[in-house]
Write a protein that binds this ligand. Structure first.
Ligand SMILES: [Mg+2]
Length: 382
C-alpha cells in the first residue's frame, strides 16, 4: 500500500482537517492544527507531505522519526501540530487496513470508557453557577472553567475575591462533589498564582491548570509547596523532550498533552507512559474537533494513568459548528453519565461526513485568539 494523495480542509470553528488517500482506497483523517495558526500549520503539512507521497503508510514509527529528526530544527507548536495530524491520519489508515480500532494496535484497552469534563466558561464570568448546574443536570460529573480575567503580575485582592465568588457559585449550584478543574490559562503570574492556589484550596478543586505559563515551569515548585490541589499542565508542550524535566522535577500531578499538538498518537502514547513511571496522571487537552477527540480516546483506552478527557461539545468556540456535526454517526462517542465510550470502529473509530467537511471548507475560518490589554495599556496574557 502506498500514500497516493492528500487534501486539507480549513473548517469552522477553528480547525484544520487532513485526509490522506492510499492506492488501495483506504483513507485516513487527521486534525493538524494549532488554534490561531491554522494556515501556518497547513503550509507545514504541505511541506511534510512531499516526503510521504508514494511511501507505505503503515511504517508510522519510521515516518514519525523522519518528519521529526530529519528536519534538523525540530519541536515547537507548528511542526509538531503538523506531525500530529499526519500521525493521526496514518493510524486511521493502519486501523482500517487491519480492520481494528487503533487501541487494539497499541496493545489493547485497559478501559471501556473515560470520564469527560465540560467547559463552563469563566473568561468573562457572570453565569458560571447557572452553567455548572446545566452541565451537571446533563449528566457531567466534572467541569472546567477559567479562574480569572486578565491579571497583572501583582494585582488586587478584589480580583481574588471575584475568583472565589465564582468558584463558590459553582459549588453552590452543582454540589460538593462535582469535579472542578480551574484553568489559570497561563494568564496568572507566580505572585498571584501562589495566593490563588491557597485561597482556592477550601473549595477542593479537581486540579488547577497552567498555574503559570509552561515557559515558567520552575515556578511550579513554589506553587506546589503552597497547596495540596493537584497541578495540571502541558497543553503548550510538544514532545517527550518538553515533558522530560517537568516529570523529573516532580511538581506536576496531571499532564495534559494535546494529541493535535504533541506529535499525535505515536508521541502522546509515549508521553503517557513516561508520566505513568512518575505516578503522574494523564488528562489529554482537546478543545478541538472530532478527529482529535477520537485520537485522544484511542490513547486513553490504553494509557493506565488516563483519568479524564477534555472534549469540546458545546464549548463557546464551537457556536455554529460543533464537535459532532462533522461525523456521520455521533453515537460512537456515546456520551452517558459524564463518560464517553471508546469508539469501536476500525481506525480512529469515526466516520467523517466528507460532504459536510467540503461544504464547511468553503466557509473556512480565520480564527485568532482575543487580544487583551491591562488597564495601563500593556498586553495581558489571554
Ligand atoms: Mg487550558
Amino acid at each position: 500500500m502506498k500514500i497516493r494523495s492528500y487534501e486539507l480542509f480549513q473548517v469552522p470553528p477553528r480547525w484544520l482537517f487532513l485526509k490522506i488517500e492510499t492506492d488501495e482506497g483506504i483513507v485516513g483523517w487527521g486534525e493538524p492544527v494549532i488554534e490561531g495558526r491554522a494556515s501556518t500549520v497547513k503550509a507545514c503539512v504541505e511541506e511534510l507531505m512531499e516526503y510521504l507521497i508514494d511511501k507505505d503508510p503503515l511504517r508510522i514509527e519510521d515516518h514519525w522519526s523522519m518528519l521529526y529528526r530529519s528536519g534538523f530544527y525540530r519541536g515547537g507548536p507548528i511542526l509538531m501540530s503538523a506531525i500530529s495530524g499526519i500521525d493521526q491520519a496514518l493510524w486511521d489508515i493502519k486501523g482500517k487496513y487491519y480492520n481494528a480500532p487503533v487501541y487494539q494496535l497499541l496493545g489493547g484497552a485497559c478501559r471501556d470508557s473515560i470520564k469527560v469534563y465540560s467547559w463552563i466558561g469563566g473568561d468573562r464570568p457572570s453565569e458560571v453557577g447557572h452553567a455548572a448546574k446545566m452541565v451537571a443536570d446533563a449528566g457531567f460529573t466534572a467541569v472546567k472553567m477559567n479562574a480569572t480575567e486578565e491579571l497583572q503580575y501583582v494585582d488586587s485582592y478584589e480580583k481574588i475575591d471575584q475568583v472565589i465568588e465564582r468558584i463558590a457559585a459553582v459549588r453552590e449550584a452543582a454540589g460538593n462533589y462535582i469535579g472542578i478543574g480551574i484553568d489559570f490559562h497561563g494568564r496568572v503570574h507566580k505572585p498571584m498564582a501562589k495566593i490563588l492556589a491557597k485561597e482556592l484550596e477550601p473549595f477542593r478543586p479537581m486540579f488547577i491548570e497552567e498555574p503559570v505559563l509552561s515557559e515558567n515551569l520552575e515556578a511550579l515548585r513554589d506553587i506546589a509547596n503552597h497547596t495540596t490541589i493537584p497541578i495540571a499542565t502541558g497543553e503548550r508542550m510538544f514532545s517527550r523532550w518538553d515533558f522530560k524535566s517537568l516529570l523529573a522535577d516532580g511538581y506536576v500531578d496531571i499532564i495534559q498533552p494535546d494529541l493535535s499538538h504533541a506529535g499525535g498518537i505515536t508521541e502522546c502514547k509515549k508521553i503517557a507512559s513516561m508520566a505513568e513511571a512518575y505516578d503522574v496522571a494523564l488528562a489529554p487537552h482537546c478543545p478541538l474537533g472530532p478527529i482529535a477527540l477520537a485520537s485522544c480516546l484511542q490513547v486513553d483506552a490504553t494509557a493506565y494513568n488516563a483519568f479524564i478527557q477534555e472534549q469540546s461539545l458545546g464549548i463557546h468556540y464551537n457556536q455554529g459548528s460543533d464537535l459532532l456535526d462533522y461525523i456521520k454517526d455521533a453515537s460512537v462517542f456515546d456520551y452517558k453519565d459524564g463518560y464517553v465510550s471508546i469508539p469501536q470502529g476500525p481506525g480512529l473509530g469515526i466516520e467523517i461526513d466528507e460532504e459536510f467537511v467540503r461544504k464547511q471548507a468553503e466557509v473556512g475560518h480565520n480564527w485568532k485568539n482575543p487580544v487583551w490589554r491591562h488597564k495601563d495599556g500593556s498586553i495581558a496574557e489571554w
